[in-house]
Design a binder for this molecule. Structure first.
Ligand code: UDP
Ligand code: MG
Length: 324
């Protein structure tokens, strides 16, 4: 499917213990769908797809009630809580064969749904992926802003390429999703993986608001673990750092050995000290380098086990001819 003029849109919304906020935001999503349909930008067959992530409260009940009340609401439920990233992936994979485009968004009303118009326009202009990027963090506390921006900088420094200030609010076409489905890894870090798919993409800026109701499921501890997962599942740079550090220690050790020998020749030491110190310096440097080299191979094995697609083709001349 590749319908640019009148695409079927699925809005994919992960929900975990959201009984307070869902009854407020669900009608807003439906309204957006209706507005976009009325404007002739999307097909009337578009849907709001909720993904219940093993909620322990009434969330799934609310989703079922919504689905009964209006056929534009549909829902799937995960058998247990698997976390935000898995919930989004489940929704996208479920949607990819039924629609032309998906937009993933949180259900708490923090992301401005009006940015969807610009996202759909960008798709109609030929983009396959459109990243929602926060224009400012004025509504965040200083602490959240500081930690979140530090998080993007750390990720990029560690070799995981992510779009700055983009969370998981994005449009992906069914075509991009078909290719994305070939990424078979289990450790998910969507915002680092989606850019690997490539294709024409762009960014749309939006304001992020406060949560409408309920509370965040992302405390600092979860954010740190997400950052750690992001780095370790996308890059083997930390292993390179160990090798580099090993070389540095080896150089310092070499200087240490010279220093110990000079001290021994000058007679400033007790007997046996210089040889012991030299051995310690030498061995610690060699050990770190060896660890780094072993790590390098483990890193390669790690990347191989992901079995990612080795190439993704965006166009073929013969397809082009058929279209003309
Ligand atoms: N969420 C989920 N599973 C989880 C945690 C969160 O599906 O285990 C959903 C949640 O319902 C919300 C989105 O992920 O729609 C973002 O979570 P939250 O708003 O708590 O995070 P924050 O915006 O504070 O980073
Ligand atoms: Mg939120």
């Amino acid at each position: 499917m590749n319908n640019r003029e009148n695409p079927i849109l699925y809005i994919v919304i992960p929900c975990y213990n959201e009984q307070e906020v869902l009854p407020i935001t669900a009608p807003l999503f439906l309204k957006k769908l209706q507005d976009l349909t009325a404007a002739g930008k999307i097909s009337p067959d578009s849907r709001v797809l909720f993904v219940n992530d093993g909620s322990k409260d009434r969330t799934w009940q609310i989703i079922c009630d919504l689905a009964t009340a209006d056929p534009h609401y549909i829902g799937i439920s995960q058998s247990r809580n698997r976390g935000h990233q898995n919930a989004v992936l489940a929704g996208l994979m479920e949607a990819k064969d039924r629609c032309d485009i998906t937009i993933s968004i949180d259900c708490d009303g923090q992301d401005d749904i009006n940015a969807m118009d610009a996202m759909v326009d960008a798709y109609r202009d030929g983009c396959e992926i459109v990243y929602g990027v926060r224009s400012s963090r004025a509504t965040d506390t200083f602490f959240k802003r500081f930690t979140a921006e530090g998080f993007y900088k750390l990720l990029n420094a560690m070799g995981a390429e992510v779009v700055f200030n983009h969370a998981d609010y994005r449009l992906m076409s069914a075509r991009a999703l078909q290719e994305f489905a070939k990424f078979r890894e289990v450790n998910l870090y969507l915002r680092g993986m989606v850019p690997l798919v490539g294709f024409k993409s762009t960014c749309v800026a939006y304001e992020r608001h406060e949560r409408i109701a309920g509370e965040s499921h992302y405390p600092l501890s979860k954010m740190l673990s997400l950052a750690f997962d992001g780095i370790t599942s996308l890059s083997v740079k930390p292993i390179r750092l160990i090798t580099g550090f090993g070389c540095f220690v080896a150089v310092v050790s070499f200087l240490g050995v010279i220093w110990a020998i000079v001290q021994a020749i000058l007679g400033h030491t007790v007997s046996g000290w210089a040889s012991t110190t030299s051995i310690i310096c030498f061995v610690s440097g060699v050990q770190l380098i060896c660890l780094g080299v072993i790590g390098e191979y483990i890193g390669k094995i790690y990347m191989e086990t992901k079995a990612r697609p080795r190439y993704i083709i965006s166009e073929r001349t013969w397809d082009r001819k058929e279209k003309d």
